[in-house]
Every structure is written in C-alpha cells, then in structure tokens.
Design a protein around this ligand. Structure first.
Ligand code: RP5
Length: 159
C-alpha cells in the first residue's frame, strides 16, 4: 500500500519529538513513512526522495528540522505536494528553526507549525485534514477527535 504521508527529519535527534506526528497519524490509520534526511548533510538524497514522492502516491509531506532549518523549504522547492514544516527546539529555543522554516520567499510555500511537540502533532492533524477533503471516513474520524477533545476539556475539574 502506498504511503500517503512522508515524515522527514534532519537528524535522528529529532525523532523523539517527531514520533508524536507518527503516533498521531497512526491514531487515524494514515499510512506513512518516516525518514532521516538532511537538507545539508544529504542534499542529493533528500532531493531524490522528495522528487519521487508524488509518483509514490504521497499526498502530504511533513518536514522537521532544527537550527538552520532548511529541510521543509528544500522539500517544497522539489515538489508540488503540500509541505508542512515543524521547527525543532534548538540552542536558541527553536526561534532559529522557526524563522528558517517560516520565512520562505514568495512563490514556494511551507505551512509552518509550532515549535516542537505541539507542531509535530498539529502537522499530523493538518495532514489528516488535507487528506480528509477527499476521504469521508477520515473526516468522520477527525470530527470525533475534535468532539472527544472538547469533551475532555469540559470534564476538567479544579481542586
Ligand atoms: C538539524 O540540526 C536537525 O534537524 C536537528 O534538529 C539539528 C541537530 O542535529 P544533530 O546535531 O543532533 O544531528 O539538521
């Protein structure tokens, strides 16, 4: 079966955070592949992998990197697929990663999420929302996720 989402990260050190994106996609039963590929350390392999993504049936790309975080931008430059960028926490608290990911030149968009775990989870949820545009069952699951989340908040008690 084709993977619908590719999750890329610049280093294995990003996996602890990006596992949250993978876990969230698993929660929705969305098939995906996770790879370590770096814009700087493996530029040719990154370009090759992302250029072939659409042909492999991928519909959304999630790219996470920290520091001089160019991975999402490089991915976006090599594909017409939607690319969601997740800035990783870094020596500068992720601000460098955030700015490197979000400040794309006009013409090559990257949908940039929050720094760290919230961004990883939300990238997966946004990927689900994109896929749900053409998948009614997935839309039902997303609606239930939101309802369950709201119910949990409303049940909170404070001592
Ligand atoms: C980036 O540099 C990676 O995405 C990671 O967030 C950061 C540090 O990488 P390591 O030095 O831990 O491999 O490319």
């Amino acid at each position: 079966m084709a993977h619908l989402v590719n999750i890329l990260m610049g280093s294995k050190s990003d996996w602890e955070v990006m596992k949250n994106a993978s876990d969230t996609l698993n929660q929705f039963g969305v098939s995906h592949e996770c790879r370590v590929l770096s814009a700087h350390r493996t530029p040719h392999e990154t370009a090759q992998y992302i250029t072939s993504a659409e042909g492999r049936g991928v519909q959304v790309v999630i790219a996470a990197a920290g520091g001089a975080a160019h991975l999402a931008g490089v991915c976006a430059a090599h594909t017409l697929l939607p690319v969601l960028g997740v800035p990783m926490e870094s020596k500068l608290d992720g601000l460098d990663s955030l700015l490197s990911t979000v400040q794309m030149p006009g013409g090559i968009p990257v949908g940039t999420l929050a720094i760290g775990k919230a961004g990883a989870v939300n990238a997966a949820l946004l990927a689900v929302a994109i896929l749900a545009l053409k998948d009614a069952d997935l839309k039902v699951k997303l609606k239930k996720f939101r309802e369950d989340q709201a119910a949990k908040v409303l049940k909170e008690t404070l001592s």
